[in-house]
Design a protein around this ligand. Structure first.
Ligand code: NAP
Length: 214
């Protein structure tokens, strides 16, 4: 099967925001509460950073499990990687995820301010100033025949959607409102001219949206 470009577990509020306003070191999602936005995923057995035993095994868990399934590389934007803007003052920052980032593949960070690559656990971060097409070519090569995940944030998902490079996308719509910040869409119906869409409500209150290319 051909390598695919996938968005997995991207989570937006009912009003379409994937992040709030005013990102900072203490608030990776700005004024938005990631605990509320990602409550559906945090409750599942396969949530990558779960430390407590237990967790759910229903539809939400299928989705969190699929996060890594057949993924060989991730592309993310610089604001998902960290809160810094402009030129790097130093290279001390290594992402939000500690010594064992949950990616376990090469990760390509899109930025106009490239810096040397580094490895944490089994995740390698490489920094690219490139068009979506060129970044994708690099990621496909690194993925060893597996799929490439577009990991966000919002601007990066939108950039790959605008370039028509996304084959399949899973977005969970959470029953919260964010009101301002980084918005993925005004409505999921914005995409139905280019994508099939199945909406599947989960008992947790999120509605899973599965898009795939027409
Ligand atoms: N809801 C979710 O599921 C989810 C998932 C992941 C992340 N997030 C959140 O989303 C927020 C980040 O999203 P965001 O929309 O602010 O930004 P983003 O997509 O993470 O990053 C955008 C930045 O990446 C760089 N960039 C993007 N494309 C580029 C290209 N082709 N060439 C060179 N540089 C490029 C630019 O940074 P520079 O010009 O500064 O280099 C740009 O300002 C964070 O709050 C994060 O926590 C949410």
């Amino acid at each position: 099967m051909a390598q695919m470009v996938r968005v997995q577990n991207f989570t937006v509020s009912g009003d379409g925001y994937g992040s709030g306003e005013g990102q900072s070191l203490d608030r990776p999602f700005g004024h938005a509460d990631p605990g509320a936005l990602f409550a559906w995923a945090g409750a599942t057995a396969h949530w990558p950073t779960r430390t407590d035993p237990g967790g759910t095994y229903g539809l939400d868990d299928y989705c969190t499990r699929d996060f890594t399934n057949n993924i060989g590389a991730e592309i993310m934007g610089r604001n998902k990687f960290g809160p810094q803007r402009g030129p790097w003052e130093n290279h001390d920052w290594q992402g939000w995820w500690g010594d064992e980032p949950p990616f376990h593949t090469p990760v390509f960070v899109l930025t106009h301010h490239v810096r040397p690559s580094f490895t944490l656990g089994d995740t390698t971060f490489q920094f690219l100033d490139a068009s979506p097409e060129d970044a994708l070519a690099r990621a496909f090569e690194a993925a060893g025949g597996k799929d490439v995940r577009i990991g966000g944030g919002v601007a990066t998902v939108r950039e790959f959607l605008d370039a028509d490079l996304v084959d399949a996308m899973h977005v969970a719509v959470s029953p919260v409102e964010i009101g301002r910040g980084e918005r993925l869409w005004t409505s999921p119906d914005d995409l139905v001219d280019r994508f099939h869409l199945e909406r599947i409500p989960s008992p947790s209150g999120v509605v899973h949206h599965f898009f795939w290319r027409r």
